[in-house]
Design a protein around this ligand. Sequence first.
Ligand code: 5GP
Ligand code: ZN
Length: 116
Amino acid sequence: MSGNCLFCKIVRGEIPCRKVYEDDDVLAFHDINPVAPVHFMLVPKQHVVSLLEADESHAALLGKMMLLASRLAKEQGLENGFRTVINSGKGGGQEVFHLHVHVIGGGNIPPMVKRS
Ligand code: 5GP
Ligand code: ZN
């Protein structure tokens, strides 16, 4: 837990969220500013800054989050497919420095990288 971290505050219930799923290790909740009809995030309850800081000790947790992302996406109606995004560090455009997996889908999802 990190005192000033926004997602730790959400995990602790100090800031409300629209919860999608919760267990002992993981919380999933809808993004406050969605980029698609379905846009939620999975976060570890443990404070991990980003994938840059993740190591072998997080392997099982990360694997669990990947499988949960797929299960929850389908439960949210994304049986046809979805996008996962993990922004890591300033160089990856991360804004909230508590590791999270975005799950995005519904509507028209364009190719992620436009090539000219
Ligand atoms: P990042 O850019 O770090 O990958 O993503 C951070 C995400 O957190 C953004 O998509 C942003 O909309 C979302 N976000 C920021 N503040 C809050 C909040 O207070 N509640 C929720 N549910 N999402 C938030
Ligand atoms: Zn945190």
